[in-house]
Write a protein that binds this ligand. Structure first.
Ligand SMILES: *[C@@H]1O[C@H](CO)[C@@H](O)[C@H](O)[C@H]1NC(C)=O
Ligand SMILES: *[C@@H]1O[C@H](CO)[C@@H](O)[C@H](O)[C@H]1NC(C)=O
Ligand SMILES: *[C@@H]1O[C@H](CO)[C@@H](O)[C@H](O)[C@H]1NC(C)=O
Ligand SMILES: *[C@@H]1O[C@H](CO)[C@@H](O)[C@H](O)[C@H]1NC(C)=O
Length: 441
């Protein structure tokens, strides 16, 4: 707490030489900031009988989750799996992320992210997945380019798939009457077209256009920049004779969602930051529909508190720039109305950048307003980016940023598995004991 304020004041002094900001009016509120006097309560443990939620309500246990399959190096090559995962979870879909084909195929619904490109897919894996579909399961692929016959038969797509820059395939036009369970109402153009076009010519998404074969339906066809359907399909749907289903999505949905969430859409949909974006949601609605209508014996909903612990809810909010300053107040107010406290990781401006003027001339008011609500602890922004965030002790005030292990080239989202392995990060990150990290492999 204290350290944050000192940094903030120090940075004001540094900037006072620039003459860009009226610091006289900007500074005063800083001095009145103070955190809660008591430390954050440690979550209570209940020493009662431990029950296994998977065995009490649902016979199928956790295998009825949706498995997000990111084998081999996919998770490093395509970090878009992470925003995709988050988007699915925010839709209320319980998701297991796995690199392991045996774990993945034990689930009734699998979303294979970039996994069905030839470079990641062995012959026997193709057989496994085509058998998975004919065995009555639901398989959704994102970015399939494999020409493997078995896999193409499972998805019902011809061999002449082709890849193009999404700048030229301007939109995916959803096909009326062919979507599972009529999930589109088709009353608004925003519900029927998923825009892909970007203004930066060379940076359009690669999109994969599929041809239909084996009686496959089209859920969405590509439209080119002349507003003509280009004969290729961006979302295909095949209902297998044995009751399984296979859906191929022809754009990198993870990257698409990541761009939309980052407000860096440059002409793809509108901005998704604090706004509704129907194009983006249509993809997720298709996936959710497939998941909830899967042949699973029962859907497992989340049971977030292991071992019968008392429920402890805490919210951390990372402030970076612009909207996040002002929305911090909305979040804190909403949490307060629900009796919830949390932590706001407030950014102390130490450098001159695109946001410093706004930070000192306007947005300091927002943190004062948050502070006045009284339910949020204030902390330093940098801990939000710490690789050892998980290992921070709760409420002791000893949360520290361990800069010594930070390496820009190793900063990417990764699939971690808590196994008993050794590795560089294991020994360098204080408190990290058994979790696999990027440097392990
Ligand atoms: C700076 O803010 C103070 C307090 O609001 C005000 O009196 C003063 O006129 C401002 N100075 C400039 C240069 O805007
Ligand atoms: C369970 O109760 C015992 C005895 O009160 C206590 O020592 C122990 O710390 C408790 N366990 C947990 C996990 O809270
Ligand atoms: C946040 O700061 C902006 C810019 O000064 C201001 O317009 C807005 O009213 C503030 N909102 C709150 C809740 O403090
Ligand atoms: C990790 O493996 C070592 C060696 O097999 C074993 O002694 C240790 O108990 C294991 N630790 C955990 C947390 O499983």
């Amino acid at each position: 707490m204290k350290v944050t304020h000192i940094l903030l004041i120090a940075s004001c002094v540094l900037l006072s030489n620039t003459n860009h900001i009226n610091l006289t009016s900007a500074v005063p509120d800083i001095d009145t900031l103070k955190g809660p006097t008591a430390s954050t309560p440690v979550p209570a443990n209940n020493n009662g009988t431990v029950t296994d939620p998977a065995s009490t309500t649902f016979g199928t246990g956790t295998s009825s989750r949706l498995a997000l399959y990111v084998p081999g190096n996919v998770y490093k090559d395509y970090p878009g799996w992470l925003p995709l995962y988050k988007a699915l979870v925010f839709q209320g879909i319980p998701v297991t992320v796995t690199k392991d084909i045996n774990v993945a195929k034990s689930h009734d619904t699998v979303l294979a992210y970039q996994a069905f490109q030839s470079k990641y897919l062995g012959f026997f894996d193709s057989l496994t997945w085509s058998g998975y579909v004919t065995g009555g399961n639901t398989l959704i692929s994102i970015g399939m380019t494999s020409k493997d016959l078995f896999l193409r038969m499972a998805f019902g797509v011809g061999i002449d798939t082709n890849t193009a820059n999404a700048k030229y395939r301007e939109a995916i036009v959803l096909q009326k009457g062919q979507s599972p369970n009529s999930q589109f109402d088709f009353t608004d153009v925003r519900d029927t077209e998923i825009p892909l076009y970007r203004e930066v010519a060379d940076e359009g998404f690669p999109s994969i256009g599929y041809t239909l074969d084996w009686g496959t339906n089209s859920l969405g066809a590509y439209r080119d920049d002349e507003k003509n359907l280009d004969g290729k399909h961006g979302i295909t749907y095949r209902s297998n004779v044995f009751g399984g289903r296979a859906v191929a999505i022809g754009i990198d949905l993870g990257a698409y969602i990541g761009e939309a969430n980052g407000g860096k859409t440059r002409g793809i949909p509108r901005s998704y930051v604090a706004q509704y974006e129907p194009g983006y949601d249509n993809f997720l609605r298709i996936i959710k529909n497939l998941y909830t209508t899967s042949t699973s014996a029962g859907l497992v909903t989340s049971w977030p508190v292991p071992g019968n612990k008392g429920v402890h809810f805490s919210w951390t909010y990372d402030i970076d720039a612009q909207d996040s300053y002002e929305l911090a107040y909305e979040v804190a107010k909403d949490l307060q109305s629900r009796g919830i406290g949390g932590t706001i990781n407030w950014q102390a401006k130490l450098v001159k950048d695109a946001y410093d003027v706004a930070s000192f001339s306007h947005y300091y008011r927002n943190i004062s307003a948050v502070e006045a609500l009284g339910n949020m602890e204030l902390a330093s922004h940098s801990i939000s980016h710490s690789p050892n965030l998980l290992a921070f002790p709760v409420g002791t005030g000893k949360e520290i940023w361990d800069g010594s292990t930070y390496d820009e080239t190793n900063y990417f989202p990764f699939v971690g598995q808590c196994t008993n392995e050794t590795g560089v990060w294991k020994t360098n990150i204080p408190g990290a004991t058994t979790c696999e990290t990027p440097n392990d492999r």
